[in-house]
Design a protein around this ligand. Sequence first.
Ligand code: MRU
Length: 343
Amino acid sequence: MKQLETTALRYSNGALDVLDQRRLPGEVHWHRCQDGEDLVALIQGLAIRGAPLIGVAAALWVGHCAERDDERDKLIATISQLRSSRPTAVNLMNDLDRLLNQIDKGADNATLVEEAIAIIDEDIALCVAMSEHGAALLQDGDNILTHCNTGGLATAGVGTALGVIITAHQQGKNISVWVDETRPLLQGARLTTWELEQAGVPYRLICDSTAASLMAQGKVDSILVGADRIACNGDFANKVGTYSVAVLAKYHGIPFYVVAPQTTVDLNCMHGDTIPIELRNANEVRGASGSFGSCTWSPTDAAAYNPAFDVTPAELVSGWILDSGVYTHEQVKAGALVSGDHL
Ligand code: MRU
């Protein structure tokens, strides 16, 4: 397979290295992936995270297995093992199903390698397209609020919501960003700040609970978030806390956009109610851990509830920024997310 390098993945000489996002921003540590089980553990532990990146990393691994001549049954077993690593981000299932379809059609291993590379190259191109569509909506002087991390660490390219922000900045628009810390795992505080610093975009980190008063004071002009799964009716799942941001945006009359590639749309899911929501370990809520160390601030066995995502209903969304364009409510209601038709 050709040599590949993205912000969070490197493939060369038959080896896959992944940037361990659990250790950022304190430590830039690349981990050499040992086998399928190791990759599953990296995905489940959030060393590799972000909906598009999970799909891309899994596809890359299957391409690697095809290149080292794994047999059909073994490839199918690897796909099924990776497919169940995390339940909410549908990019994982969409990307792996693409490879499985090739196997079902009798494709040889060389074709599977090509398909895996195509998935990665396409993700980079989808990011560029979304970012350009979204950047056109931002005005000079805008203060934008974002939640979680949706940049190069979460995709193979420039990102989804963060890709829009970075692209607008590169176009010379004077924008600044309010970064939600994104409890409990702090993807905003640890990762989005790191990426914005590298891109030279002005930002300020806020506690999640600060967003409401900023909106009330007129200090937020628009909100951009990513998605882990978009239902055909426009409801979408994203990092827990996104729904509260959307409700606040509606109350304050602030545009709220979701930015995602077509690989995040689930054609089999009609409505947000049926999106599976990952429940994670209670310890993530009881304290925090990272390159800074570990601590528990609650009683050790405090009862806790830790859904990793929530669902934002379509009625709270101002526009769906996809690689194929910006979709309105009327278009989504007319089935544009399903047909891919941008009216
Ligand atoms: O649990 P994570 O860190 O994988 O969750 C990531 C998110 O919720 C992102 O907002 C989403 O994947 C969009 S990324 C481009």
